[in-house]
Design a protein around this ligand. Structure first.
Ligand SMILES: NC(=O)c1ccc[n+]([C@@H]2O[C@H](COP(=O)([O-])OP(=O)(O)OC[C@H]3O[C@@H](n4cnc5c(N)ncnc54)[C@H](OP(=O)(O)O)[C@@H]3O)[C@@H](O)[C@H]2O)c1
Length: 247
């Protein structure tokens, strides 16, 4: 018997990387899981198939979350299909790294639209559903770089810092409805996103991590599942999962 038997979850950006690991672990705990993604149809289907193999239940929920109408419609579709929505993990994120001097408006806006606006649209659409049910667990994936800044990531670190602040206000507003809202902030984690960082920079980053290695998506997912399954009295908090890279 899983800790999340009978619950339903929506994980954004679940076709790959950290979102995929979160979707799989939630399913292992018994939740029915909606796998959101933007364009990787085959990868999202593979995640749903893996969940089925585990004896779980999954649905695909394709939508570009930087589009308010598309994001809201997707959340409504998931709640309708499952008959309820207990868990929302806002995880979908992108990078468009450039130094501030070279960053153009499009690179700034694209990152804010996906990483910050998308979290707002999905949360906003989930609130009435969770409030009516007097139950909700929301986890927002931020980043170590939303706390310390990083060269070339003014857009990304602004979005991720914004998520931490957004989480705290959402936690204050939603606590009375028994909806908890928390942040998990990964450090450097072995996914497609991090693979875009040039190898020589990856090597120098690794030397600065006290645990001497990059994180695995499954290690981020464990913290997310802890907050959802066991964090009944935890809200407005942030868990750093970064091998000691930022304390
Ligand atoms: N990897 C790291 O080192 C690291 C560190 C700190 C924080 N994080 C954060 O962790 C989260 C997951 O990162 P990751 O490394 O797993 O990323 P990833 O491997 O690049 O996967 C990104 C996921 O987000 C989806 N996505 C991107 N834009 C979207 C949009 N507009 N609408 C819907 N889905 C969209 C992608 O869907 P498609 O497959 O369809 O494109 C994919 O499922 C992000 O919020 C990221 O900022 C990552």
């Amino acid at each position: 018997m899983g800790r999340l038997d009978g619950k339903t979850a929506l994980v954004t950006g679940a076709s790959r990387g950290i979102g995929r690991a979160i979707a799989l672990q939630l399913a292992q705990e018994g939740a029915r899981v909606a796998v959101n993604y933007q364009s990787s149809d085959a990868k999202a289907q593979a995640v749903a198939d893996e969940i089925s193999k585990l004896g779980g239940s999954a649905m695909l929920a394709k939508a570009n979350l930087s589009d308010s109408a598309a994001a809201r419609e997707m959340v409504a579709d998931v709640a309708k299909e499952f008959g309820r929505l207990d868990i929302l993990v806002n995880n979908a994120g992108i990078t468009r790294d450039r130094s501030l001097r070279k960053m153009n408006d499009e690179q700034w806006e694209e990152v804010i639209a996906t990483n910050l606006n998308g979290y707002f649209y999905c949360t906003s659409a989930a609130i009435p559903i969770m409030t009516d049910a007097k139950f909700g667990r929301i986890v927002n994936i931020s980043s170590m770089n939303g706390q310390i800044g990083a060269f070339g990531q003014a857009n990304y670190s602004a979005s991720k810092g914004g998520i931490i602040a957004f989480t705290k206000t959402a936690a204050v507003e939603l606590a009375q409805a028994n909806i908890t809202v928390n942040t998990v902030s990964p450090g450097f984690t072995d996914t497609d996103m991090f693979a875009e960082v040039p190898e020589n920079i990856q090597d120098s980053i690794k030397k600065r991590i006290p645990m001497g290695r990059f994180g695995k998506p499954e290690e981020i997912a464990k913290a997310v599942v802890f907050l959802i399954a066991d964090g009944d009295y935890i809200t407005g908090q942030q868990i750093n999962v970064n091998g000691g890279a930022y304390m």
